[in-house]
Design a protein around this ligand. Structure first.
Ligand code: AOF
Ligand code: ZN
Length: 368
C-alpha cells in the first residue's frame, strides 16, 4: 500500500469510529462518547463506544470483541486513549496488552490526567501512533466535552425555528408551530444528545412545556430541564414541576428570589441554583461556569426571544441550529430575535445545511 492509500484508509476507518461514537452522544455522563474501531487486513474486527453512563471506555469493548485477533491490528480512536487509573484501568495500557501495532487518533484529550500521557504509553511500547486524523470532525462531536475540559464552560447551542421572514413566534399566541413534523423530530434528537435544555420563565409561563424527548424509544433520554426564572415564578402546577420527580428540573434564580418560593419548589423536587444577578438579571456567564463545574458539557437553549438575545449578546452561543420553515408569519404581530442576522454575519460560519421535510436546516458555529 502506498502512503496515500494508508492515509485514505485511516480517514475512512476514523469516519466509521466517529459515526460509532455518535451512538452514545449525550448519554455518557461527564465522560465523552468516544468511538474505537479495530482493523486488521482491511477488515473491522472490533468496535467500541463509551458505555452508557461513561464506563467502560470504548477501547475496552473493541478489544474484547476482537479477542486474539487484536494482535497486530490498527486501532482507530476518536480521542487520545486514557492514561489514568480511574474506575477502569488505562486504555492506552489495554491497547499495549492487546498487542495492537498502530493507533490512529483524531483528537488529543485535554484532561490533564491524560493529555499527552496516553500517547507516551503507546510510544514507549513501540506502537506507531498517528494523530490528527479527521480531528475537526471528531472535535465537532466532542465539542461539549472539549469545551468543558479546556474552558470550564459547557457548549451552548441555540436552537431556533424561524418562519420564512425570520419570526420565531406570534405575540400573545403562546406556542405556534413554525417548523414541520420532521424538524420537530430532529429537534427531539438534539434534546436527547444534550445534557441540559434551557428556557426562560416567559416561555415556561406562556407554553407550559414539558421539554422532554418524546421520540419513540428515546423517552428515557430526556435531559435536565433548566428554567431561567429570576424571581421563582414557575408555578407548582406547571407540567415541568409536576414531572420533576421523574426528569430533573433545575431553576436558576437571582440570589434575592423569595425564600418561600425557593422552599416550595425544592419540596416539589426541583433544584434551585441561586445566582449573583448582573444588572438585575441572572448572570449567564456565571450560570454557565456553575453548570460546567457540575459536569454539564452541553446546553440546548430553546426559548424564547429574550433568552436567545441575552445569550447572543453575552457571546455565549457556540452553535446556532436554525430550522427555517417556508411559512410566513405576520411581521406586524411576529416575534423576532433582535440582531440575529448581524450576529450570524459577524461571528458565525455555516457548518452544514440540509432539509428536514419542507424546512431548511442550517447549522452555524463560531468563527466567521
Ligand atoms: C478513553 N476512552 O471511551 C473515554 C475516555 O472517570 P473515568 O476514569 O472514566 O475517566 C474519565 C476520563 O476518561 C475523561 O475525562 C476523558 O479524559 C477520558 N474518556 N477515554 O480512553 C473512552 N470516554
Ligand atoms: Zn480509557
Amino acid at each position: 500500500m502506498t502512503a496515500s492509500d494508508i492515509a485514505m484508509d485511516d480517514q475512512r476507518f476514523m469516519a466509521t469510529a466517529i459515526r460509532f461514537a455518535r451512538r452514545h452522544k449525550g448519554l455518557t455522563g461527564t465522560n465523552p462518547s468516544v468511538g474505537t474501531i479495530l482493523v486488521r487486513d482491511g477488515v473491522i474486527i472490533g468496535r467500541g463506544v463509551t458505555a452508557l453512563g461513561g464506563r467502560p471506555h470504548a477501547e475496552t469493548q473493541a478489544i474484547a470483541e476482537a479477542g486474539e485477533a487484536a494482535r497486530g491490528a490498527t486501532a482507530y480512536v476518536t480521542l487520545e486513549p486514557c492514561a489514568h487509573h480511574g474506575k477502569t484501568p488505562p486504555c492506552a495500557e489495554a491497547l499495549v496488552r492487546a498487542g495492537v501495532a498502530r493507533v490512529v487518533v483524531a483528537t488529543t484529550d485535554p484532561d490533564e490526567r491524560v493529555s499527552g500521557k496516553g500517547f507516551a504509553i503507546l510510544h514507549a511500547a513501540g506502537i506507531e501512533v498517528v494523530t490528527n486524523v479527521l480531528s475537526t470532525e471528531a472535535a465537532d462531536d466532542l465539542a461539549g466535552y472539549l469545551m468543558r475540559s479546556s474552558r470550564k464552560r459547557p457548549e451552548v447551542t441555540l436552537k431556533l425555528a424561524l418562519s420564512t421572514n425570520g419570526m420565531i413566534g406570534l405575540q400573545g399566541e403562546g406556542q405556534v408551530a413554525i417548523s414541520g413534523v420532521v424538524s420537530r423530530a430532529q429537534a427531539h434528537i438534539m434534546r436527547a444528545q444534550s445534557d441540559v435544555i434551557l428556557i426562560g420563565i416567559g416561555t415556561a409561563l406562556a407554553d407550559d412545556p414539558l421539554l422532554t424527548c418524546r421520540l419513540p424509544g428515546l423517552e428515557q433520554r430526556s435531559p435536565i430541564r433548566l428554567v431561567l426564572d429570576d424571581h421563582l415564578r414557575l408555578p407548582l402546577t406547571s407540567r415541568l414541576v409536576r414531572s420533576a420527580a421523574e426528569i430533573p428540573v433545575w431553576i436558576a434564580c437571582r440570589e434575592d428570589a423569595p425564600e418561600t418560593r425557593r422552599e416550595a419548589l425544592i419540596n416539589a423536587g426541583c433544584r434551585v441554583l441561586a445566582n449573583e444577578s448582573f444588572e438585575g438579571r441572572i448572570s449567564l456567564p456565571e450560570l454557565m461556569d456553575d453548570l460546567a463545574a457540575q459536569g454539564i458539557a452541553s446546553v440546548l437553549v430553546e426559548g424564547g426571544a429574550r433568552i436567545a438575545e441575552s445569550f447572543l449578546d453575552d457571546d455565549l452561543v457556540d452553535r446556532l441550529a436554525i430550522f427555517q420553515s417556508p411559512n410566513e408569519i405576520d411581521a406586524a404581530r411576529g416575534i423576532a430575535v433582535r440582531g440575529l442576522s448581524t450576529h450570524i454575519s459577524e461571528k458565525y460560519k455555516k457548518l452544514r445545511q440540509s432539509h428536514y421535510g419542507d424546512d431548511c436546516y442550517i447549522e452555524y458555529v463560531r468563527g466567521a
